[in-house]
Design a protein around this ligand. Sequence first.
Ligand SMILES: [Zn+2]
Length: 473
Amino acid sequence: MLERFGGCRWYASWRTVLPRLEYFAVPAALDETQVPAFLMRESFWVDHFNTEMAYHNKGNGNNMNLEKRHGGKIRFGGGLFVHTLDQLVPADEFYGTHPEYFSEIDGKRQNGYVQRCLSNPDVLRIVTERVKERIRKDPDAGLYSVSQNDAYKFCTCKDCNALAERYGGQSGLLIWFVNQVAEEVEKEFPNALIETLAYQYTRTPPSNIRPRHNVVPRLCTIECDFASPLDVSTLPDNRKFVQDIKGWSGLTDKLFIWDYTTNFQHYLGPFPNFGALQGNLKFFRDHHVIGVMEQGAYQGYHGEFAELRGWILAKLLWNPDQDMEALIDDFMKGYYGAAAPLVRKYFDELQSLVANPDIHFNIWFPPTVPWLTDDFLARATILWEEAEALVNDDPLLRYNVRKSSLPVYYARYKRLEANEKRDGEQFRSVAAELVRHFDETGPAEVGDRPIFIRESGNEEYYNWVKAASVPAP
Ligand SMILES: [Zn+2]
């Protein structure tokens, strides 16, 4: 009501718009029920874990800092979030006495981080008992995960192979196993949902078996192309994902998705995936997906267009049919003020770099990709400087503009670094701008200095500092 009729907005934890109005009016005949497109809506960007940001933008995901009085959330309980086979049947506890609980690979039962022998009745009994124990201790969560470890290394013993063959592959064996756990759980906890993964070697849907009504398979888009929506992209990985989700959606009306919405090697790198976000959410909605985790730069505040992406995703998770252009404009005006038209120009030009349907990108590409050109980045630098000049008298808007311009300096720096032009004045000055922008968009305003680039930690930052202080030749 406040958002729609009062013009209130929660763009970022440090940027809310609450207009002063003489009166607050709603249409007399207003009578409306909204049903969100997804039961679980998790814009998994760090600022959306914030309580106010989460509930004002209608999020209710597992990691959001929400309690019952905020409307609650959809939560994974009992410490069972993902890759839980290792927790439920620990190697330390069982391998010594029962190697037969563990994957047989090349004729030998394996120790270490492997899957479990799902056809073994004792494994089923142990998992079932332990899942129920954990639910008893934490019965109010909606979901409990019984899922494969984050590795291939599945069991190839005679019985596992026979079940996999009967049920159309490894996903069939897994569903056969998880269904039995879920059946037992339901007797004591009729509302608990058992989540499992359809991931890597289990992503292809099974045959001759379907997930029970209290089992929720979760598919992950980790291999996909994000230059265009999943069902539009011509990349074989995307075609395969589309085929898999269609298959699963024919077997169940409850799917979850773990989706990826940033560059996980370069949180600060330009990542023009806005052409994919809405199409993907519509596609999920149309294929029996009831929960989506949109994983973004969740470890720090410096992700590229983090506030825009986090906010847009929150909006689309409620209703993916909204006018995307209007949403982007709304955010730009509210978050960048007078600088909005120039930021929008940069944004549009960046998106247009990947408009060619032959261009694909995954979630790890380096800023040295050919479509991100030096010419574009040079123009972009000027655009951001001009944008900044328009909001110089407003510290908060200026902060937002300078923070959002970081990716341009980051991409320029990484390209110069890769080209081994490391001794030049240009390299030094780009590094200096990068450090300056990063430092001022850092901890004072938005919390502790984050781990901003996961793979390299803060070492990357000190490289910038070193490069910035190299004297000019
Ligand atoms: Zn086995």
